[in-house]
Design a binder for this molecule. Sequence first.
Ligand code: AMP
Ligand code: MN
Ligand code: ZN
Length: 751
Amino acid sequence: SGPESKNEPDTESDTAEFCPGFKDVDAFVKRGLGGVVAATKASGLLPQAGDEFDFYRSFPGFQDFCAVQGERLLHCMSQLMQHHGCRSFMKDRSKLTGLEERFDLVIESNDVILEKVGIMLDEASGVTRSQPVMPAGYQPPRIVVSSWNRKGNDHSGETFHLLHAKNIQRPQLKFKEKVDNSNTPFVAKIFVKPNAIKPLPSCELTERPEDLDVPPALADFIHQLRTQEHMDDMFSHPYQYELEHLVMPEILRSRPDPQLYKPLAETSCTFIETLEDLVALNEKLAKTTEFAVDLEHHSYRSFLGITCLMQISTREEDFIIDTLELRSEMYILNESFTDPTIVKVFHGADSDIEWLQKDFGVYVVNMFDTHHAARSLNLGRNSLDHLLKLYCSVDSNKRYQLADWRIRPLPEEMLKYAQADTHYLLYVYDRVRADLFDAANGQSNLIQVVWSKSKDLCLKKYVKPIFTEESYMELHRKQKKSFNSQQLVAFRLLFSWRDKLAREEDESTGYVLPNHMMMKIAEELPKEPQGIIACCNPTPPLVRQQINELHQLIKQAREIPLLKVSEVLSGFILCSSESTLFGPHDTSHVSESDLMELSLQVILLFLLKEDEGVGNSGHLTVAQQKACSILESFENPFRMYLPSKDIHISKNAKYDPSTKIYEISNRWKLQSIEKQQKEAQAKQEAKKQAKKAKGIYRLEVCTPAGPVGPIKVSCVVGLIFSVACGSWKPAHCRQEWDEARLKRINLRIKE
Ligand code: AMP
Ligand code: MN
Ligand code: ZN
């Protein structure tokens, strides 16, 4: 805004144009929103992949047009992503083959952008995110208003009281089965399997066949196979077989006659909080051909989250189950939930499917998701609100979506809200099916698509958040901040402190220490405890309580040699030539090939150090010494491949059965800690033996500057190297560690 006058028509506040072409935020938002709506509409009109698209694509004109527009869009998206400091697909197109990878990048960028927006909104309102809202009329015993909702402007139409949840008794205390927050993979909570075609795997492991009359090697092999099989079963989806063999029920093949819902006021709504009532409900459900389901969940004051309520609607009645009270009994509903002849109608079941598994061991076989139906119908908006407005002319208000659903007794207002979430759903189910039918010219193929997508959702397995030594880097990469070595160590220590405490106290990580506060502490590295408190406004209770521990962590981080790191990738560092990497004492100019060699040395040293092969700095070159000093402050990125008592699963790779990480982590996570320790010991011993004997590989390394080496490494290192250079996919490397660089380094492993 310029102070000089430019004959503007408006008065005082006028001259400040919000940004070129827009007089204020509203104008900007309006234009932006218009653009988004238009784009969404247009994309909804595009021919669907699979059927129409293939037809259109047979015309060269269409193909050319798509190619040009596609390029433009990709370029535009790439620029946006780069602007936000995200990885983008333009830079490294050659290595990104699949649509899936691109899609992941988009999701990742969306996360980054939304996280930023979230932080900004939090800061603007002075409120911690994920704080539950409460109904206006609700009178909690004591509301701690103070700093938790300062700046809250009470004159907004709807007033939500923010409630410090310490006023609510922790439902976890009453759970018959304690919550398992341990850093181990989730094991299905299912002991009885109704409607089974394939029975549950038996829990007992068969005896080791050594005792049988077979050669020991064969016995071992058999045992391994059996154990593997048993473990695979243990971690597989209990209804995978049934779901994969499920065919769409006949009733979905014809156009339905929509059956109108009963008026909400005239429908009985039963609150279920005893086993007796639950059993009665289960029997009622078993006699239906379809019913609607929804859940309400709380995630702020619990590490894994708690399902607080289940709403069920039949054509006649509504039910609300107190799932805090009946948590351990909910499994009996598997009888109707896995019955393949009963359609279970959900809206947006992604989370519901996971919550049912996580909290109750309940699975769904034969589901119809109206959210997917809305998407197939290209309605533009796919929310339940929108469907209710469209089909039932009901103005729902999602105001309690984020309410604290743990409170008991539930206020009438919240019960009504919960009931409305499923009350209309069966009618919506009828209507979307009719529309899908009409959209497909009286065929059931669109319904089939929706039903299949719903089935795929049912196959989803709940995955527990696992802490690895890499987890903090995942979060760090999402923030744009570049940290020096001390800040990064602080961030790592805070991250692991937070994870540990959250698991122990059964609180969400956001409750223990929100991301933006953690970033701030790591960035500022306060010398005094008071400084840490000052980074957190409002100060989370556990931060206040453990302020001395936190102070020690920051002190520890400050003792690390200060290195300016321009880019940090999961423990690797590659440096750009303009940064003074080695502090004031080192004035040498670093050339490109030096850098190449240096980064290579860093990696080699990571490996060699791990292998205790070197350590004698007297024999090191200058570059190696530099690498050594850098090394001190970072974790070995290959540690996950080495024996350890911790469980390591890389988040990106753990679902991809083709990756080494998947294979290795899978093998390891299945072993008990004890066994792992024993194995690690045995391996250590074997390694020493192997070293003494031979098994030494010579590693010949060529850099653009010429060959380095040969370097002697043990077989373990050689193996790791082959993993790093061969089968490791670029997607699992950090961005700079791409194929091109690996090629340039041109590693050859020679025995
Ligand atoms: P719904 O299916 O809309 O009834 O939502 C079910 C649960 O999902 C709620 O109880 C919340 O715990 C959670 N939830 C829904 N919407 C959001 C959101 N926008 N942000 C965070 N959690 C949400
Ligand atoms: Mn829902
Ligand atoms: Zn709901």
